[in-house]
Write a protein that binds this ligand. Structure first.
Ligand SMILES: NC(=O)C1=CN([C@@H]2O[C@H](COP(=O)(O)OP(=O)(O)OC[C@H]3O[C@@H](n4cnc5c(N)ncnc54)[C@H](O)[C@@H]3O)[C@@H](O)[C@H]2O)C=CC1
Ligand SMILES: CC(C)CC(=O)C(=O)O
Length: 413
């Protein structure tokens, strides 16, 4: 098993040497905006050019968007002289149907042994009534925990081509470029005790626990400070420290860590206010640091500022082992199998895999440039359609991105 370049740079627990820098080539392709940070190997050239990727299509639209994203990834990689071997494994509801569990041991083992993992999405009506441990969602949480990918980077950028898709006023949305750094393997999604029971009145209850340890807070905070430092130097930590003890500890640790980052302007915001501010004036945000559940919600909210949840990719990284790359959306069972899904969030997740997971920035730039060019040529899936553009399905969108992949990349400024 090969450690990714990024992970080598996260090796020291308290001072991960995560490297994030301005994606100048992207700014060149489109001077307005796209994700303006990347974290990749510090070394200019990756040490190897042959990789093993585990593909986890999952459920719903997952197989459609993964199939297309694999083709795009393959083309971009081969044009850069990179060899990739793929292994497709089941996860989620489809894994339950095949193997009786949502994360078969073989799937986790394959993921751990690969250089990076690309996931579609999991879940669907069919499996909603299963007991908790068998649900597709449990499989995804087990996968994230099994890979220990604690840092989930979710960029949200308003592209000029999609400005008509935002639900906000143009002047509010235009130029938004933020990064949500979401803690991914702790908090209420994982905390114990949890379960169902009966209270003292004999009434049935369901309960969960929001719990964070110092080390869990410190490691995600460190990633967020490093991220902010390489962006516009502003970090907003979002919590509920007026009510929750876990948030009180979170705020204290983040505040203490700020001493190590005098160049980063730290602010704190309660989650309820942050949810409101994100709609009122999203441009005030640069990097947002938050816990597992607040990050899940805020990033979905941010997706509508940029036009569609079908546009936002994510990268989940740990201190060692492969990273996990997936769109922020779910399995969209309402449109599954209808060739309606927007594949761009997954295609852009494949670009993040190349850059953050493998340190292969040139191939990543090819994909990002191709997405921009495809949008420039007017191709739109239904979720991002506006008058005057060409409405296409998931497959056609993928094919158009493929056509653009081998177009020349402008030099960095
Ligand atoms: N990471 C994952 O695999 C996640 C899985 N889920 C699961 O997905 C299932 C559906 O959950 P929902 O709450 O409906 O969230 P969802 O994100 O799947 O869908 C919400 C809405 O966005 C649309 N949408 C999502 N992705 C799209 C795309 N690529 N192109 C066009 N439209 C898209 C859907 O059609 C739907 O109307 C559930 O079983 C849930 O547990 C939900 C969130 C994350
Ligand atoms: C489906 C859950 C396990 C995760 C989730 O909602 C998310 O990460 O977006």
């Amino acid at each position: 098993m090969a450690a990714t370049h990024l992970q080598l740079h996260l090796a020291a627990p308290l001072k991960p040497r995560i490297h994030l820098h301005k994606a100048k080539t992207f700014a060149t392709i489109n001077p307005t905006k796209f994700p303006t940070v990347r974290c990749s190997a510090a070394a200019a050239t990756p040490t190897k050019r042959s990789y093993n990727i585990t593909l986890l299509p999952g459920d719903g639209i997952g197989p459609e968007i993964i199939s297309i994203s694999k083709d795009v990834l393959q083309l971009a990689a081969s044009l850069e002289g990179i060899e990739i071997k793929y292994q497709e494994m089941p996860v989620g509801g489809s894994a339950f149907d095949l193997a009786g569990v949502p994360l078969p041991e073989e799937t986790l083992a394959a993921a751990k042994q690969s250089d990076a993992v690309l996931l579609g999405a999991i879940g669907g009506y069919k499996w909603d009534k299963l007991e908790k441990k068998l649900k597709p969602e449990t499989g995804l949480l087990q996968l994230r925990a099994g890979l220990d990918v604690f840092a989930n980077l979710r960029p949200a950028t308003v592209l000029p081509q999609l400005i008509d898709c935002t639900t906000l006023k143009r002047e509010v949305a235009e130029g938004v470029d933020l990064m949500v750094v979401r803690e991914l393997t702790a908090g209420i999604y994982f905390g114990e005790p949890r379960g169902f029971g009966v209270n003292e009145k004999g009434e049935e209850i369901g309960f969960n626990t929001e719990v964070y340890s110092v080390s869990q807070i410190d490691r995600i905070a460190r990633v967020a400070f490093e991220t902010a430092r390489k962006r516009r130097g502003k970090l907003c930590s979002v919590d509920k420290a007026n009510v929750l003890e876990a948030s009180m500890l979170w705020r204290k640790r983040v505040t203490d860590m700020a001493a190590d980052y005098p160049d980063v302007e730290l602010s704190h915001m309660y989650i309820d206010n942050a949810a409101m501010q994100l709609i009122r004036d999203p441009k005030q945000f640069d990097t947002i640091l938050t816990n597992n559940i607040f990050g899940d919600i805020l990033s979905d909210e941010a997706s509508m500022i940029s036009g569609s949840i079908g546009m936002l990719p994510s990268a989940s990284i740990g201190q060692s082992g492969p990273g996990l790359f997936e769109p922020i959306h779910g399995s969209a069972p309402d449109i599954a199998g209808q060739d309606k899904a927007n594949p761009l969030a997954t295609i852009l997740s494949a670009a993040m895999l190349l850059r953050y997971g493998l340190g292969e920035s040139k191939a990543a730039e090819r994909i990002e440039a191709a997405v921009m060019e495809t949008l420039n040529r007017g191709f739109r899936t239904g979720d991002i359609y506006s008058a005057g553009n060409k409405l296409v399905g998931c497959n056609e969108m993928g094919e158009q991105v493929m056509k653009s992949v081998d177009s020349p990349i402008p030099a960095a400024v």
